[in-house]
Design a protein around this ligand. Structure first.
Ligand SMILES: Cc1cc2nc3c(=O)[nH]c(=O)nc-3n(C[C@H](O)[C@H](O)[C@H](O)COP(=O)(O)O)c2cc1C
Ligand code: SF4
Ligand code: SF4
Ligand code: FES
Length: 595
């Protein structure tokens, strides 16, 4: 065997919940048993992104990519792969397009089009080791700015880079920093927004779990740029692993004099504190977040004043998203031209997406802005599950909208998505197929909004509830022709009169699905039909001629609406059927159709 092998084991939440820690332990035990401690190192890393097929184990330098590894595979990996240098075929990924095993991670369709800036170290270093972060150029950008640049230089670089905030709004990070830097104050703050409330999104959590130092470095650089000495990370308490790794990273940074007084031996001081959120979507909105950190209710207030002018305790405060901050050190190190060479003119760089829904490769992907939806869904994502037909993709979470087949060649960036009636949002991307009902999808997002609205203003509190009620009626077959106009009018009112971004964007899923799938709404209203078969109240259960009269269905029907003699075809009384589906599940002869 060759020396200096590294075994990288995913230590992200997904893989850890599938016995990732046991795999690490068994690999280390096996290495000891074979006296290979000096030749082979096992590193528990952050998420590799390919969570669908976790736990993932990678052997370096060959980049052999093993999927769905179990703790009992550890001994084989050491004996067969490391000692005998034979790859374990059964643990390799099979390319669904040609059925062939793929040996190296870089040759998998999932990774080919990805460019990693924010996720650069996720899956390559131990997030709990400051030494490994530093070996990967970590804190070099911080040292560079503290020793060779003025705060104005730093602001100018970030402004010139064209970096736009990755938390959803897409506002210029450099411009925001410039405002805060010009505001004179005895105290300023840098806040890292790690609230991440969008359903299905886990980009920020993964960055903090896999590379917490990159966020800390971004915060310190931001602090130097605007003249702040204190940083706060607002993170939801449901992210225990991210919190633990962040806490350890802050402690080691302090021990290494990277946080605290005299950072890197200079006059600059900066320290970071963690603040916990209780997991309310609205607390991701920056003014609500600041109130929550001050110990008040997590309710938004009107802007202006913007936090850059008057934020935490009334002092100039920059609120930046985790992913935005994870880009900073790379821009400082590699320069404006490098950053602008990736992505599009008005949206330079990359974006991390959490790809989910009816897609083959569920996971975390980072692509240059301008990559098309088709590339993300059909190449990186491996296409639609079970060879079903693609129907729509929802971007921007509860604030966004749906894009369809005709939008697949749209290059993804902040402006094109907005122009198409959706938005980038924080990076949730949910793929839907022919079995998804678009009225139900819109109702799902409204349900989320109604639950998460802080209730401070009437258009959002009452308006969204009314929107939900209309959608609910339609999904129950009780919709009326006028409902479409009512949904549109109410949506516009909520958008223009709500106080914060939550209410101002909450009707977007309704408007976008009406725009793109009006025929489905009308079908529910006029024909009382849900073509995807998802709206339970519109389903019809019918017994076909495969019925052998076994009586299984009649015995489970809770309202006794199935009639028929033994060994004779049964019949459902449609007027009494409550559409519970119990008969469908009980029938062993495929004799019940759902229409
Ligand atoms: C309802 C609502 C929820 C939000 N949730 C988040 C969030 O979870 N994380 C985040 O970074 N930004 C969130 N934002 C955007 C923030 O208010 C703010 O614009 C962002 O953190 C700024 O950072 P950036 O410029 O780096 O994107 C949310 C906004 C709204 C209106
Ligand atoms: S728009 Fe909704 S979430 Fe925002 S302040 Fe009003 S009630 Fe609260
Ligand atoms: S769907 Fe439920 S209520 Fe209707 S016939 Fe079947 S078992 Fe009975
Ligand atoms: S958690 Fe392991 S690959 Fe994502």
């Amino acid at each position: 065997m060759k020396e200096n092998k590294k075994i990288l084991v995913c230590g992200g939440t997904g893989c850890l919940s599938a016995k990732g820690a046991e795999i690490v332990k068994n690999l280390r035990d096996s290495i000891r048993e074979h006296s290979l401690e000096n030749e082979v190192e096992v590193i528990q890393t952050g998420c590799f992104g390919f969570c669908e097929k976790g736990p993932i184990v990678k052997i370096m330098p060959e980049n052999t990519f093993y999927i769905e590894v179990k703790p009992e595979d550890a001994e084989r990996i050491i004996v067969e792969d490391i000692i005998s240098e034979k790859r374990i075929i059964e643990l390799l990924y099979i390319d669904p397009k040609n059925g062939e095993r793929v040996f190296e991670g870089e040759n998998m369709e999932f990774y080919k089009k990805q460019v990693r800036i924010a996720l650069k170290n996720c899956g390559t270093i131990d997030p709990e080791s400051i030494e490994q972060y530093m070996a990967a150029e970590g804190y070099a950008a911080l040292k560079k700015i503290l020793t060779t640049m003025t705060p104005e230089n730093v602001v100018k670089i970030i402004k010139d880079s064209g970096l736009r905030g990755r938390g959803g709004g897409g506002y210029s990070t450099g411009l925001k920093w410039e405002f805060a830097s010009k505001n004179i104050s005895d105290q300023k703050y840098i806040v890292c927004n790690a609230d991440e409330g969008d359903p299905g999104a886990f980009m920020d959590r993964s960055i903090l779990e896999g590379d917490p130092h990159s966020v800390i470095e971004g915060m310190i650089i931001a602090g130097y740029a605007i003249g702040a000495t204190e940083g706060l990370v607002y993170i939801r308490a449901e992210y225990p692993l991210a919190i633990e790794r962040l806490r350890k990273a802050i402690e080691t940074a302090r021990k290494n004099k990277i946080l605290g007084e005299n950072v890197f031996g200079t006059d600059f001081k900066f320290d970071i504190e963690i603040k916990y959120g209780a997991g309310a979507f609205v607390c991701g909105e920056e003014t609500a977040l600041i109130h929550s950190m001050e110990g008040g209710r997590g309710e938004p207030t009107t802007k202006p004043p913007y936090p850059a002018e008057s934020g935490y305790w009334g002092k100039p405060t920059i609120v930046n998203n985790v992913e935005t901050l994870a880009n900073i050190a790379q821009i400082i190190l590699k320069g404006v031209d490098w950053f602008r060479s990736i992505g599009t003119k008005n949206s330079p760089g990359t974006k991390v997406f959490a790809l989910a829904g009816k897609i083959n490769n569920v996971g975390l992907v980072e692509v240059p802005m301008g990559t098309t939806l088709r590339e993300v869904i059909f190449e990186i994502g491996g296409g639609i599950k079970n060879n079903k037909k693609f129907k729509a993709v929802q971007t921007g979470g509860p604030s966004g909208g749906c894009l369809t087949e005709k939008d697949l060649d749209t290059p993804i960036d902040f402006d094109t998505l907005l122009a198409k009636g959706s938005m980038m949002g924080s990076g949730g991307m949910i793929v839907m197929d022919e079995d998804d009902c678009m009225v139900a999808v819109s109702k799902f997002y409204l349900e989320f909004t109604v639950d998460e609205s802080c209730g401070k203003c009437a258009p959002c509190r009452i308006g969204n509830t009314r929107l939900w009620e209309i959608l609910d009626r339609i999904t129950k077959g009780e919709g009326k022709e006028e409902d479409i106009a009512l949904l549109k009018e109410l949506s516009q009112t909520i958008k223009t009169t709500s106080l914060c971004g939550l209410g101002q964007t909450s009707p977007n899923p309704v408007l976008s699905t009406i725009n793109q799938f009006l025929d489905e709404y009308l079908e529910h209203i006029h024909e009382k039909k849900c073509r995807a078969g998802q709206c339970q109240a519109l389903r019809k259960y019918l017994i076909n001629d495969k019925c052998v009269g076994c009586t299984a269905c009649a015995r489970v029907c809770p309202v006794a609406c199935i009639e028929g003699k033994v060994k004779e075809r049964h019949v459902i009384d449609q007027t009494r059927c409550i559409k519970c589906g119990a008969c469908y599940n009980a029938c062993k002869f495929n004799a019940i159709d759902v229409a």
